[in-house]
Design a protein. Sequence first.
Length: 311
Amino acid sequence: MDSFQVNCWSEHDELKVVMLCAPSKLDVPDLTIAENVGWDATVNHVKAMENFMEFKTALEKEGVHVIDYSKELTNEENTVSEQLINRYFVRDLACVIGNSIFLGEAGSSLRRPEYPHAHSLLEKWFPEKNLKVQQPSTALECGDVLILNKDAVLINIGMRTTLEAVKSIKDRIFQEGFSEIAIIDLPRRSDTLHLDMNCNVTNANLLIAKNFMRYFPVHVFTAQTSRFEMTEQFLNHHGFDVYFLEKYNTIPDINFINLNPETLLISKQATKQHWARHPLLQKKNLIEVDVTELEKGGGGIRCMTLPLLRK
């Protein structure tokens, strides 16, 4: 792999390098199995792979360098990995904040094997850039981390990420140059599992969010102090208006990725009316991909992408 400096200071700057993982080789053939593994519906792995290839091609067509980490595993690792049905949800495994990679810790035993698989590769590629969660008993799934801008990071605790894990990394985030970290504790359900199932950045000055988030406070930390604010107040403080959605389909409507400041990669199943109603969203270039089979696993496009370099 060509060497480069990891770099992510926002969710909307131009995406240059992203890590993905192809779906496993297993079908989820009936609803009983789907329920037991926490999925929404049955899944055919051939269709899932077709979705993945369309998704990967769309990214590459826009000039993004894609790394499929499943192709980099050893034969021994891959024997297990190809049977891990959630492995394509790479967002949770790690995140680049500033110029460092923060390695996640699984909040679900079903997903635990994926983390050392991906981390061993990241540690090989970027040996000087990795920061582990300090307490091994704590969980940090990076779908709960949203980089607002060079000044602020928003992190959710709850089902899959612990307060202890956030406290163990917050000083290092400040050392990267960020001045404020806001912690929110959202409802603990399957449709609110991670932060990126509830809100997402669409522009340098606009965040889209489920309407209930207006009722939630955040605990805001600086390197020296802390305070409480309401979520919208905190976001306004950092230059963001909030577009609250009264109606939404959790995965396709919230879980998209910014390819650059003008372009979003969205699900074919996203509700297009959202984009027509807000003047800033009307100007967006929207690229649709069919990830329907992949979304049945309970996550969306943002869950399937781990940005390593934004410019």
